[in-house]
Design a protein around this ligand. Structure first.
Ligand SMILES: [Zn+2]
Ligand SMILES: [Zn+2]
Length: 106
């Protein structure tokens, strides 16, 4: 399972390791940025990604501490069926990434 990127909103794009300190995310597979820093005390909720079983909205909430460093990631499960897995929208995600480039790729 991977998380929704709070920067480019791609589902299943943030892999993470979980240990006693909480979740430590890797860089986004789509936009290649780390979601580990924001303004102090920011609470960033991602755009909803579709639930794997019913398409309902699943969001991830990223919380940041006094230094602006990521302190917690919380996934809110689908309000319709209670599952917490999002659909991996590979084709759409890469389409969006191509469109988001600031210059055409030659
Ligand atoms: Zn991203
Ligand atoms: Zn659902």
């Amino acid at each position: 399972m991977a998380l929704i990127c709070p920067l480019c909103q791609a589902p299943e794009s943030i892999a993470y390791v979980e240990n006693e300190d909480g979740k430590t995310p890797y860089a986004c597979l789509i936009c290649e940025r780390y979601p580990t820093r924001a303004t102090p005390y920011a609470v960033v909720t991602t755009d909803p990604a579709p639930c794997i079983s019913c398409g309902g909205p699943i969001v991830d909430t990223y919380r940041y501490g006094a230094t602006g460093y990521l302190t917690d990631i919380h996934r809110t499960a689908c309000p319709r069926c209670g599952r917490d897995r999002t659909v991996k929208e590979k084709a759409n995600a890469s389409d969006n990434a191509e469109r988001a480039l600031p210059y055409p790729r030659l």
